[in-house]
Design a protein around this ligand. Structure first.
Ligand SMILES: *Cc1c(COP(=O)(O)O)cnc(C)c1O
Length: 368
């Protein structure tokens, strides 16, 4: 079987020393390794500091709460639903706007049109690792005195104009869950140039308590354990190599599949994407098959593909009240999308196997 993705992990031997040292010290959560991981991540981003957490969702919730977001926040619907859940947990109304049909990121023109007197922020996503249109969003945020937060769950290792994602907007929030490029098993990370925000998120992850038992505000436990941080430090060492590897594999996919009438997410030439996911856009009129059917047929050959992201958030059961919102590009791309298997240690032969199965299925369908 070829899975849709799997984590690229160090050999367990490489972690033996670290795990022994953690156990011997008796300090198993939020101690030396977590501090070291936060420091190494900040070095990578070119920031002063970061805050490690138990998830990206926790990071998004804290960043919004501590930056005092309220009212409405402008955000895409073409994303993983956790982006939106974080707003709901803060009693904020998501205002969904459509995406760019080539890059799949939130369309800055549509963001402008959606601003009202109640808007407090823009929550954008670096979708599949492709940086959002950061410069335009920064200008809009400045002009309208809005906060700007990036859900950077896919973008640990992404760059724009040679600068790593991690230092833009008011905060960037990363995920370290198993499907992401660098993983701690479960985990999240906030990066920001706002020292005060990083300080308060470190209190928030400890119930809003600095350690004196006299809590300052309501947080919740979202600390990272030392074991998780040790794993994160090891996967961080391999990050750049893995990003390059994925870019090579994505190129291989594109070369082999471009003649089939499928479309790919456009990659701007001033960015490096992580290819957190590699997706095909399959217009059934053009290609002669639906993305669902291709997914089914691939599965028969033990190749697992997934529709990331379908349904779009505003069409999901949890978001019934938004189902009438009209987002034609989001709906079209979401309905045509199909992500193919990709992981950092995937072999060229495996990519070839997926390509050859995909080509065959599409060609056979077209002939019928
Ligand atoms: C994975 C993901 C999240 C959630 O990350 P967790 O660490 O599981 O909380 C949020 N947003 C996007 C876009 C994601 O892909």
């Amino acid at each position: 079987m070829i899975p849709i993705t799997k984590p690229t992990l160090p050999n367990h031997e490489e972690l033996k020393e670290d795990f022994k040292s953690i156990i011997d010290s008796g300090m198993i959560t939020n101690a030396k390794y977590v501090k070291e991981f936060e420091k190494k991540a900040a070095e990578y981003f070119g920031t002063e500091n970061t805050t490690a957490l138990s998830s990206c969702t926790a990071g998004l919730i804290f960043a919004q709460k501590l930056l005092k977001l309220k009212g409405e926040v402008i955000t895409p619907s073409f994303t993983f639903h956790a982006t939106t859940h974080s707003l709901i947990w803060n009693n904020i109304k998501p205002v969904f706007v459509d995406i760019d049909e080539n890059y799949y990121y939130i369309d800055p023109e549509k963001v402008k049109e959606a601003i009202t007197s109640k808007t407090s922020a823009i929550l954008a996503v670096h979708i599949f690792g492709h940086p959002a249109s950061i410069k335009e969003l920064q200008e809009i945020a400045e002009d309208h005195k809005l906060k700007l937060i990036f859900d950077a769950a896919h973008a640990f290792g992404s760059k724009i104009d040679n600068k790593p994602i991690g230092s833009f907007g008011d905060a960037e929030v990363f995920s370290l869950s198993p499907t992401k490029l660098i993983t701690t098993g479960e985990g999240g990370l906030i990066s920001s140039n706002n020292e005060e925000l990083l300080k308060t998120t470190k209190i928030a992850r400890n119930y809003g308590d600095t350690g004196e038992g006299n809590s300052l505000f309501s947080g919740f436990n979202s600390r990272m354990s030392e074991f998780h941080a040790a794993l994160g430090l090891k996967t961080l060492e391999k990050l750049d190599k893995n990003v390059e590897k994925r870019n090579e594999l994505a190129q291989q996919y594109k070369k082999r599949l471009s003649s089939l009438g499928v479309k790919f997410q456009k990659i701007s030439n001033n960015v490096r994407t992580t290819f957190k996911d590699f997706s095909l856009e399959i217009d059934p009129e053009e290609v002669g098959i639906t993305s669902e059917k291709l997914c089914e047929e691939l599965k028969k050959q033990k190749i697992i593909s997934r529709k990331y992201f379908y349904p779009p958030v505003h069409k999901q059961k949890a978001f019934q009240e938004f189902k009438e919102v009209k987002l034609p590009i989001t709906e079209k791309i979401s309905s045509n999308i199909l992500s193919l298997p990709l992981y950092s240690h995937m072999k060229k032969e495996e990519v070839e196997e997926v390509c050859s199965a995909t080509s065959k299925i599409i060609q056979e369908n077209a002939r019928r």
